[in-house]
Design a protein. Sequence first.
Length: 693
Amino acid sequence: MVRVRNIYLSVLFALFYVSSHAAEQPEVGVEPMPAQSDSGSSEQDAPTDVGPLEIVITVPKSPKRSFNAKSGLSQVSAQKLDGETVRKLAGSSGDPLRALQTLPGVATVDGSSAPAVRGSGPGENIYYVDGLRSAKLFHFGSISIFNADLVEGFDLYSAAFSPYYGDVTGAVIDVALRDPRTDRLHGKANINLIGSDFLVEGPRNEDQSFYFAARRSYIDLLVKQIEQDGVTLQIPNYWDYQGKYLWQINDANRLTFHLLGAGDSLKFNIAADAKSAQKQPILVGASTFSDDSATQALTLDTVLSGSAVNRMAFQHSTSRFKNSLGTAGFVNLKLNNVRLSDQVDLEVSRGHSVMMGAELINSVTQVNADFVNANCTQFNPNCDLSTAANQQLNDEFDTNVAALFAQTRKRITEPLTLVGGVRYSNENYTNTSFWEPRLALEWASDSGTLYTAGWGRHHQSPEGAQSAPKFGNPALGQIRAEHSVVGVKHTVNATWDWKVEAYYKKFSDLVVNDAVLNYINAASGKAYGVEVLVSKAATDRFSGWWVLNLAKSLRKNDVTGESFRFEFDQPVNTTLVGNVDLGDNWGFGMKWHYHSGSPYTPITGTNGNYPDGRPVPVYAGVNSGSLPAYHQLDFRLDRNHVFSNWKLNTYIEFNNVYQRRNVVGYSYTPDFTVREPVYAFVLPISFGVQAEF
């Protein structure tokens, strides 16, 4: 039952959410690229010896002041990791974004790299890539959609984030892809246990450079399908590509063309005698889930003066979803999104900067659906698909959004800095407008200690199906949140530092199911906790970090008065990461992770039967049970081979070294008399080989 409900929520609702309200969660954004070096590369990126080749390094013209709005943001609840560090994270298979699960405030989501942050779920985050809003960051929620070598780094803003960012109640994940290299033509080819990819990049002339990367999984080409317990699964596949073309027009203007695309496909068939079919007969038959997206964008960075820069961005994105589930029906969606944005970064005086911007978004969504409408929410565990009535929707939605934001960063005294701003947004689907202030204070003492405090109001649209006609309630209101956080960070020396933050989040107008209106805003919640981070920079042979999260997250149904743990509530969550340079191009890494048991809703028995004769399960209180504690140890060994004019990078990972059988849920027999644990699936060994020319 839990698996069926998760499929329904994560596939149908999430797809409607992306499409029906793409305007509130637009596909694009205005986050500028971080400043790059003139060559666009580091010494580690290039082979140390290129033999007979003559290297001519061409330095392109660059603006006197690079466009980097991040320099004006506050340091409240901000975590930053560079790509070189996280590419070698044990257990990541070289995927930098898997490091998200090791950061402060992040709760582990089984089988997914998409983070649940400080009392919010993965669907309550917003993603940026090189200043472009991206609705998709992971394949199947696990593998990031980027070539690992292109990820320069990423930032996580987990509370009270700047008005610069869009409208969500959870967190911001901001990914920066590096600029193309300009010294000569480069090529890389990579193969690992799951897929293979290639990257080509280099200069076209002294003012223009490019890269293009593409990847595809290949397991489905070797193993067509697997069958177990009456379920036949065709091995899923994924693909993605990234491209960037950079043109330094003159000393004051830089034009960049961005190209992004990704897709996933999954098919399975459930036989009538399968356990899942006996509990949910509507699942019998073939099911397919596929999605693909494509983005094209132009960004123009202009130096207006010695103290002001401007970025104008135009982005066009398309997304298509085609999904069917047994005899439950189908959902087909097509989204076309266009966004124009402009932002000015102004340095008023020493210690005083101002950032202002505007966005105009148009989103057209086509929906063709004939699917069961079970009205499932986190507040209602008894969600039976087989008895729900089908609902049809064949319509097109044209949504417009206008947003303005402004922020100032002002040094009040030598140690004290004030960061204040406001975000205004208006959209025509629900005809709502919001003025939301965001404030932060930073106090830097002479001892290398930084004290921070932040507060902000945020809002987010409900999941798409919940506010869609027929399936939901078009009059549903926005979800609200208020974030408060205080912290202290101390730099011990050039390599060691530590940070402690305490936060409190209050949620209101959460969505619950309703017998008459399908859904209403009638729930609330809160999350609070303390986080500790101790980190060692990679300046010598050893580097790493340790994170400890002590947290509590609750939800309350304001109609019934029932309170319960949030589904991603993990009171104790800790991770230890270490990397050692062994010398002679050898490297070793380890990661150990532990979190206390996640909540689940037990089934205590049955009460009567459905019309088709199936027993009706009786549930205990929502999330009143706790799974056993989860912990896992991973090792990684790297070896770099340098030849005359090329380089070979290899790694092997040993995951879950002491073979802990971590329980991530329970499965019940069709009569609900026997409960069996569901264990986390972990590949015991992973490897990768990369050739660089």
